[in-house]
Write a protein that binds this ligand. Structure first.
Ligand SMILES: O=P(O)(O)OC[C@H]1O[C@H](O[C@H]2O[C@H](CO)[C@@H](O)[C@H](O)[C@H]2O)[C@H](O)[C@@H](O)[C@@H]1O
Ligand code: UDP
Length: 468
């Protein structure tokens, strides 16, 4: 078996299995790498005054990691800039929030070059290279320029947007062209995969061949849908852990006979938290008999706090939750418990299990692992109900959830009502089907199917001349 080199922006495998981290990618990759003898390469998260390119290699939680520091300018232009102020909003259909600054795209290209230059000495001829996510779309092209002929795969954790949205990006063709230097492109869903080939065919004048091969910009790349899952056995075990039991008991005690609706998200505008609060407000307005009989616990962990749009959404949610609580609360009941701190995943497992409804309503989401964790944490004898946005990648697989349009308050409010009233037999039937999917389409299946497809992908001979 070839050695796997995983390259991603963020490299933070948990020190021990079951330890918490606010971000699905880190958990998924740590689980995928634990069984492999490969290397995980990426940014340390630290910045220095001048870029040195010095590698720091260590072992964390059974995974060998190789880290580089970046410059502060890189953090601003590449991470906060092009990745999180340009690509993230655009790929989540927020053209109104996408910022286009030349310094951002220049910083992005520079960091992709720096990654290529620094990882180069680690690459051996038989290695398989697997690049993760929207921070590193240009990495294969930079590696090819430097003479790397290994198979290189790329997995996009966020949505690939519709063609008309992607073409609003200045320089979209250059970015798309860079993707054709990979051997395999993986997407979370068939919808994202098809949006990519639609762009290649209709905007870049390309051709879609048999077997999921797209040709454009004078090159061919194989594409496929590889929906990511959770480490289901590990998560099911975490539900039985001491921290999970402790949190389950603590939650159940604090319910005081009430029922709990639960949301768990990074505090990101793509997660539809404001719309969720407003839909819940609608539910309270429509169902006065339910007042004091339930509450919404929203865990919303801070993220990307240096980016203005995240400061704005945080302030907005403080206001909206405060307003709703002011409107409906009584002396011994608060309708929304709104929490910004992060919880460990084993703690979360206990909280998920105590919730009667898991409310997962992003406006756009690559996958959404919270939906899968919620299902995995349920009591098989008395499971809760998952309400899931049709715009989460997870909706393509989790058809037995109550699927809602998160933009419609009425739709979400009605689903809450239906979920609360759902008879046990129906909850059991839906949960069994959902759990079967979560158990079989787990992170190991995701990793294996991607690596197998990459190993079998026909490698394209690089045409650019090596540099340096
Ligand atoms: O690293 P951050 O900037 O703090 O953000 C955390 C991660 O968020 C994103 O997660 C995506 O990947 C998940 C797993 O595939 C998927 O379920 C979710 O829908 C996506 O939003 C992001 O793509 C990662 O790069 C970040 O590390
Ligand atoms: O306080 C928290 C909140 C979230 N998470 C984890 O963060 C991940 C979120 O992944 P998801 O795919 O739902 O969305 P992302 O944040 O990656 O966009 C899940 O594994 C959660 O268990 C966590 O560990 N602690």
């Amino acid at each position: 078996m070839s050695r796997l080199i995983v390259i991603s922006n963020r490299v933070n495998p948990p020190a021990e299995a079951g330890q918490g981290s606010a971000g699905g990618l880190a958990m998924a990759l740590a689980a995928a790498l634990r069984e492999s003898s490969g290397v995980w390469f990426g940014w340390s998260g630290e910045t220095t005054e001048l870029f040195t390119g010095q590698l720091s290699v260590r072992r964390i939680g059974g995974v060998t990691v190789a880290l580089i520091d970046l410059e502060d300018q890189d953090r601003q232009e590449y991470y906060n800039g092009y990745a999180n102020k340009t690509l993230w909003p655009l790929f989540h259909y927020r053209m109104d929030l996408a910022a286009y600054e030349r310094s951002f795209s220049a910083g992005y290209e520079r960091v992709n070059e720096r990654f290529a230059q620094t990882v180069l000495p680690l690459i051996e001829p038989d290695d398989i290279i697997w690049v993760q996510d929207y921070h590193l779309l240009m990495l294969a092209r930079e590696l090819r320029k430097r003479g790397v002929k290994n198979r290189i795969g790329f997995f996009l954790h966020i949505p690939w947007p519709a063609r008309r949205v992607f073409t609003t990006l200045p320089g979209h063709a250059e970015l798309a062209e860079a993707l054709f230097h990979y051997d395999l492109l993986g997407f979370q869903t068939e919808d994202h995969r098809d949006a990519f080939s639609d762009y290649a065919v209709h905007s870049a004048g390309g051709v879609l061949h048999e077997g999921g091969v797209v040709e454009a910009f004078g090159r061919k790349v194989r594409i496929g849908a590889f929906p990511i899952g959770i480490d289901t056995p590990e998560f099911v075990a975490a539900v039985q852990s001491e921290p999970a039991r402790e949190h389950f008991t603590r939650m159940r005690d604090s319910l005081a006979g009430r029922r709990m609706i639960l949301g768990v998200d990074r505090l990101d505008y793509s997660k539809g938290l404001e719309e969720r609060f407003l839909a819940y407000e609608q539910f309270l307005a429509d169902n006065p008999d339910q007042h004091e009989k339930l509450f919404l616990l929203q865990i919303a962990t801070s993220t990307r706090g240096e980016v203005e749009a995240y400061q704005d959404i945080r302030a907005k949610l403080d206001t909206v939750s405060g307003r709703i609580n002011g409107e409906f609360a009584s002396v011994d009941w608060v309708p929304i418990r709104y929490v910004n701190r992060a919880y460990r995943r084993d703690e979360l497992a206990g909280v998920y299990r105590a919730a009667h409804i898991g409310l997962v309503t992003p406006l756009r989401d690559g996958m959404n692992l919270v939906a899968k964790e919620y299902v995995a944490a349920q009591d098989p004898a008395d499971p809760g109900v998952l309400i899931l946005s049709e715009f989460a990648g997870a909706a393509e697989q989790m058809k037995e959830a109550l699927i809602v349009n998160p933009f419609s308050r009425e739709d979400v409010a009605e689903a809450i009502k239906r979920g609360l009233a759902m008879p046990r037999e129906e909850r059991l039937r839906r949960w069994e089907s959902l759990m079967h999917g979560v158990a079989t389409q787990d992170v190991a299946a995701w990793r294996d199917s991607f690596v197998e497809a990459l190993t079998g992908a026909p490698a394209e001979a690089p045409t650019l001349q090596p540099v340096g």
